[in-house]
Ligand binder design. Structure first.
Ligand SMILES: *[C@@H]1O[C@H](CO)[C@@H](O)[C@H](O)[C@H]1NC(C)=O
Ligand SMILES: *[C@@H]1O[C@H](CO)[C@@H](O)[C@H](O)[C@H]1NC(C)=O
Ligand SMILES: *[C@@H]1O[C@H](CO)[C@@H](O)[C@H](O)[C@H]1NC(C)=O
Ligand SMILES: *[C@@H]1O[C@H](CO)[C@@H](O)[C@H](O)[C@H]1NC(C)=O
Ligand SMILES: *[C@@H]1O[C@H](CO)[C@@H](O)[C@H](O)[C@H]1NC(C)=O
Ligand SMILES: *[C@@H]1O[C@H](CO)[C@@H](O)[C@H](O)[C@H]1NC(C)=O
Length: 283
């Protein structure tokens, strides 16, 4: 948008950036209730320290690795109605005799940026008696309760239990998983993206007053938050900055939500410095 006012031509480029909030730790959503019991199998889903017992005393006979591990982005509501991105994990079990030694599975999520890991254990309460389920389909399992974060990368592992001795063939499957960031239309409406301002439309307007003030006006967001308003000035021909000023607003009053606010900058060196960019950032 350009503004014509006394003096040279003013070109103003409004930009907006919503910064992601600081990352939360990995966590488990408590809804829907995870279920692994099915006809022919009693099973519980338990919290795990990521150190299955078989790490310490590996048995002689261990089950095969998981078959057809499938991972995709899912969305689940918490009990209080918030919507979270989750990783949907599902896998099948090979129809072979090693099923007699399958005692469960450890599912783990490793967040690459922090090296943080979270695990759950599917614990079988009885031994599987047949290579297929009573309805003759393969044994299969799914889990939807690991909450993931916008833009983060993970490694997802399904480890059949018990684990084998170190020099035997491994019986796990690991897959990389990248979560889209808040620009993705499905992610945009999730609670973590909304609270970082994914639906925020600041609608920036800039006006230069006769006394060389620059008034920046924009819409506030409806979460109590910090705003950073950054104005950069450039001479006509060069890319070097000739003006840079930042102002912060701490807006936490609910009656201001969705209202417009004005921030005034006093410009200097206005004859040489004639192009401006304005950014509003949400923290
Ligand atoms: C699962 O547990 C229930 C109740 O304890 C029991 O009646 C049932 O026989 C068990 N099923 C299997 C497959 O062990
Ligand atoms: C497992 O962990 C979740 C949170 O991560 C917690 O809410 C739940 O109470 C824990 N369950 C047990 C049996 O410790
Ligand atoms: C510039 O003008 C505006 C409106 O007329 C006034 O609010 C502001 O205080 C003035 N700024 C300076 C530095 O005089
Ligand atoms: C903020 O506004 C958006 C869009 O108007 C709305 O969907 C959201 O629920 C509001 N959030 C809060 C905390 O009021
Ligand atoms: C922002 O303002 C609120 C209320 O005025 C205050 O409680 C809060 O501590 C302020 N935040 C910071 C980081 O200064
Ligand atoms: C913000 O500035 C605009 C244009 O200068 C003015 O019309 C409006 O009344 C101002 N709003 C507030 C809240 O100061």
């Amino acid at each position: 948008m350009g503004i014509l006012s006394p003096g040279p031509l003013w070109l103003v480029l409004p930009l907006l950036v919503a910064l992601p909030r600081t990352s939360l730790a990995l966590w488990l959503l408590d809804t829907p209730e995870p279920v692994c019991s099915q006809p022919g199998l009693n099973c519980t889903v338990e919290n795990s320290t990521c150190l299955a017992e078989s790490w310490f005393s590996p048995p002689n006979m261990t089950p095969s690795f998981p078959k057809d591990v499938n991972i995709r982005l899912g969305f689940e509501h918490s009990r209080n109605g918030n919507l979270f991105p989750v990783v949907h994990i599902e896998w099948k079990v090979w129809t072979d005799g090693s099923i007699l030694f399958l005692r469960g599975a450890e599912l783990s999520v490793l967040q690459m940026s922090t090296n943080e890991q979270l695990c759950v254990e599917f614990k079988f309460l009885n031994q599987l008696q047949h290579q297929v389920r009573p309805d003759l389909s393969r044994w299969h399992f799914a889990f939807d309760n690991f909450v993931v974060e916008p833009g983060q990368e993970y490694e997802i592992t399904v480890q059949h239990l018990p684990k084998p001795k170190p020099n035997r063939d491994p019986n796990h499957e690991s897959l990389p998983f990248r979560v889209p960031d808040c620009r993705d239309p499905r992610m945009k409406v999730t609670t973590p993206c909304m609270s970082s301002g994914s639906l925020w439309e600041p609608d920036i307007l800039v006006e230069r007053l006769k006394n060389n003030s620059l008034v920046v006006s924009f819409n506030l967001w409806n979460e109590s938050t910090f705003y950073k308003i950054l104005v950069n000035g450039f001479p006509n021909t060069e890319t070097n900055s000739c003006y840079e000023e930042v102002q912060y607003i701490n807006q936490s009053r609910e009656e201001d939500f969705h209202h417009r606010t004005n921030v005034t900058f006093l410009l200097q060196n206005v004859n040489a410095c004639c192009q401006y960019s304005v950014q509003t950032l949400l923290k």
